[in-house]
Design a protein around this ligand. Structure first.
Ligand SMILES: NC(=O)c1ccc[n+]([C@@H]2O[C@H](COP(=O)([O-])OP(=O)(O)OC[C@H]3O[C@@H](n4cnc5c(N)ncnc54)[C@H](OP(=O)(O)O)[C@@H]3O)[C@@H](O)[C@H]2O)c1
Length: 223
């Protein structure tokens, strides 16, 4: 099926950082964006700044995204952008393993499952997962344990889901680089605009574009 003239998109964690910039970039290309944010006030403020819609989504609370999905009726583009990173050992009592897996693996899968009937109806969809070089086996999974395991799992999910998604739906994962956001810190060398470029490109891939890949700077990256 052809791309809808005004595709709709949900960008999780769209209230700041790379998600905010992805939302801005998609809107500039005619996409009707809804940002998901867990804080009402931050979500509304960001949506006002962007001129887009806002839905309250806390990825640790499945009721919140079931509710958002029910109200929206589905999205053409799903950007699983929200993420957390804590520098704690997996063996520490304070490990954020459960939270990391929920926010960056289980909730993205839930959102994909919820939205699949919409994609079956429309026959066109794009899923973009925000991963990291810290989730790449090729680079030794060098990040904090929970973060690296979650991002490697998100990459695995991307590869596996290719065979189950309806025709016309592409799914890809990407590494935005080391980006100057709250997560990346102020000294990171990549701007949010540069970090958002590959996810925006993946969200609007033409029908002959790739699926099931891992991308960095619009190029295939090693898993
Ligand atoms: N920055 C980098 O250098 C870098 C490098 C590689 C990959 N990435 C990935 O890129 C994505 C965006 O990162 P960023 O740098 O923009 O990070 P960020 O500035 O820290 O923003 C993270 C976003 O995720 C949201 N979030 C966290 N937990 C959530 C939850 N339970 N429910 C809903 N939203 C939640 C945050 O919401 P709140 O505002 O409410 O906290 C925020 O909107 C992440 O997946 C990250 O892992 C970033």
């Amino acid at each position: 099926m052809p791309r809808p003239s005004q595709p709709t998109a949900l960008v999780t964690g769209g209230n700041r950082g790379i998600g905010f910039e992805i939302s801005r970039g998609l809107m500039a290309q005619g996409v009707v964006v809804t940002i998901g944010a867990r804080s009402d006030s931050e979500g509304r403020t960001a949506a006002e700044a962007l001129g887009c819609r806002f839905t309250k989504i806390d990825l640790l609370n499945p009721d919140s995204y079931f509710d958002s999905y029910a109200k929206s009726g589905g999205w053409d583009i799903l950007v699983n952008n929200a993420g957390i990173l804590k520098d704690v050992s997996l063996l520490d009592k304070g490990s954020d393993f459960d939270e990391a897996m929920e926010v960056m693996v289980a909730a993205p899968l839930d959102l994909i499952r919820l939205n699949t009937p919409h994609w079956r109806r429309t026959g066109w969809g794009r899923i973009v997962n925000l991963s990291s070089s810290l989730g790449a086996h090729e680079r030794g999974l060098q990040g904090p344990g929970a973060y690296s395991v979650a991002k490697a799992s998100l990459n695995a999910l991307t590869r596996v889901l290719v065979r189950d998604l309806p025709a016309g739906v592409k799914i890809n994962t990407c590494d935005p680089g080391w980006v100057a956001t709250r997560m990346g810190g102020p000294t990171a060398p990549v701007t949010v605009e540069e970090g958002a470029d590959t996810p925006i490109w993946l969200a609007l891939l033409p029908d002959d574009g790739p699926t099931g890949g891992f991308f960095r700077k619009r190029e295939m990256a090693a898993w």
